[in-house]
Design a protein around this ligand. Structure first.
Ligand SMILES: Nc1ncnc2c1ncn2[C@@H]1O[C@H](COP(=O)(O)OP(=O)(O)OP(=O)(O)O)[C@@H](O)[C@H]1O
Length: 316
């Protein structure tokens, strides 16, 4: 497949569990924390331990093998990309990591515990935030309210307090709005804090979604095609914001992205999937020169096109 088609990216409808959206719901509708359902309790992780690791993940849909024997390790503070041609299994993998899918085989290790299926409704409590391939914002709410909704999972006040805006509820609201404002400033969104999200250009909406994911200061940020549908300038800007978020908040980032040029410039390590299997896992330079990747992932791209990956760096 020509490189250009990757760079443009194709927006596709994806299947997401409704619970994933719960963290963005008004406080009174939030999903309460569930009892412990960790598959295996393990001792607290030390600082050098991976933030996330996958062991032997396998997933099939009927006769279609989406993922086979996938191992993946993500170090603290890394920007880790997962790439691969259409149908390689990227979305399936991020859905396994975030608990939308239960793998047929293997385990996900997160927050010092090993899961057969990550409890998606507790993702925020586990220090994980994610963005979506297709925007999942409240179009009729302001930028500020959308970003503050990323903290809804922390609400401790009762329903009456929220309705009347009194007591603990009032303090919480102030705190959430103040935190939201800090993130808006960080992502250069302050000037549009009162705009309705639905009226914003697409690239800005994607940045608002990043802000909503970041407001809870997650330890692990999962980005599902954060640059899909963006112009080259917007991609470059978004890549710079993702890097800044990692540097400033020490957030570990896992992203899937079609634009190879952006990924090469942004990531510390890249895992390459092909037909559900991991065929490479290395630094951008190593991946760029890996013949298996060139053959499988770049497909018809000539050597000249492969070299142009360097030029595709997002200017960061
Ligand atoms: N819900 C599903 N039901 C049936 N088959 C599925 C489902 N989700 C994914 N698949 C299949 O699993 C394989 C991997 O798909 P997946 O969407 O994970 O790949 P991808 O790398 O994200 O592709 P793309 O880049 O096109 O989004 C494909 O063959 C796909 O058709």
């Amino acid at each position: 497949m020509p490189l250009a088609s990757y760079a443009l990216g194709v927006m596709e409808a994806s299947v997401y569990a409704p619970e994933v959206f719960a963290r963005g719901l008004p406080a009174s509708l939030r999903v309460e924390a569930q009892p412990e359902d960790r598959t295996t309790a393990v001792p607290a992780a030390d600082a050098a331990a991976p933030v996330l690791s996958l062991q032997g993940i396998g997933l099939s849909f009927g006769g279609v093998v989406a993922l086979a024997e996938i191992d993946l390790s993500v170090r603290p503070g890394e920007i880790r990309a997962i790439i691969g041609p259409n149908g390689a299994g990227k979305s399936s993998l991020i859905n396994v990591i975030s608990g939308v899918y239960r793998a047929d085989r293997g385990h996900v290790r997160l927050d010092g515990a090993s899961y057969a299926q990550v409890p998606t409704q507790r993702l925020a409590h586990l220090g994980v935030a994610r963005t979506f391939q297709n925007l999942a914002l409240f179009k009729g709410l302001s930028v500020l309210d959308n970003v503050a909704s990323g903290l809804a999972y922390r609400v401790r006040s009762n329903f009456a307090g929220q309705v009347l805006g009194i007591g603990r509820s009032r303090g919480e609201q102030r705190d959430f709005l103040s935190r939201a404002d800090q993130i808006l400033e960080f992502l250069d969104l302050t000037a549009i804090r009162h705009r309705l999200v639905g009226t914003l250009p697409y690239g800005l909406q994607k940045r608002v979604e990043l802000a909503r994911a970041l407001v809870a200061r997650p330890r692990l940020l999962l980005l599902d095609e954060p640059m899909a549908g963006m112009t080259a300038g917007e991609k470059s800007e978004m890549a710079a914001f993702v890097r800044a978020a990692r540097d400033h908040f020490a957030t570990t980032v896992v992203l899937i992205e079609h634009d190879v040029g952006v990924v090469m410039g942004l990531s510390d390590r890249i895992a390459v999937l092909d037909y559900g299997r991991k065929i490479a896992d290395a630094t951008p330079d190593e991946v760029r020169n890996d013949q298996r990747v060139i053959d499988a992932y770049l497909g018809v791209a000539s050597n000249d096109e492969a070299l142009s990956l360097d030029e595709g760096r997002a200017g960061i």
